[in-house]
Design a binder for this molecule. Structure first.
Ligand code: HEC
Length: 142
């Protein structure tokens, strides 16, 4: 094999600055219920324990943000094929751009409501119906 010069490493820092400079897509006014989103934020930070992995401002963990399937009650079909054997905590900003649905790495959850139901069961959160729908409004606002 020919010896190739590394043309990439020196450009990574600039590329990361560029990525961090991209504006986060904002939720359109009227696309979520603001009062419910405020209540949902309290659920996200409190009873729902979402913040333990999705930490503001990026809504992922800074540093090691990888989890086994077991930790989030899913199979390891894809993670076992990755070099880390784990799933990455998805940053939750700009959810407005994702509302066509298909959440988690393989799009297994069609709606945010289905994602919230999944966590409710997985983590025995015992969220009420209105806490779940408030949480969905908060996610839509991010
Ligand atoms: C143990 C850490 C952990 C906790 C606690 C957690 N999450 Fe997650 N979350 C993850 C991981 C890891 C993924 C990526 C899963 C995948 O891609 O299959 C994820 C993915 C998501 C997604 C999908 C995003 C997308 O674009 O596909 C949503 C929405 C979400 N979480 C919301 C929540 C909410 C709401 C809570 C609280 C009820 C919560 N999470 C609690 C680790 C966590």
């Amino acid at each position: 094999m020919r010896n190739r010069k590394d043309l990439i490493t020196s450009k990574l820092a600039a590329l990361q600055y560029y990525q961090l400079s991209l504006p986060i897509p904002k939720a359109a006014r009227g696309s979520f219920d603001a009062a419910a989103a405020t209540r949902g934020k309290a659920v996200f930070m409190g009873k729902g324990k979402c913040e333990s992995c999705h930490m503001p401002p990026t809504f992922t963990e800074s540093g090691w943000n990888l989890h086994t399937g077991d930790e989030i009650c899913i199979d390891d079909f894809q993670s076992s094929r990755s070099p880390t054997f784990r799933y990455r905590t998805t940053p939750l900003r700009g959810m407005a751009a994702k509302l066509k649905g298909g959440f988690y790495h393989d799009g297994r959850y069609a709606t945010l409501g289905a994602v919230v139901d999944h966590y409710d069961k997985c983590m025995s959160l015992n969220l009420t119906g209105s806490q779940k729908s408030d949480l969905v409004q908060y996610l839509k606002s991010l």
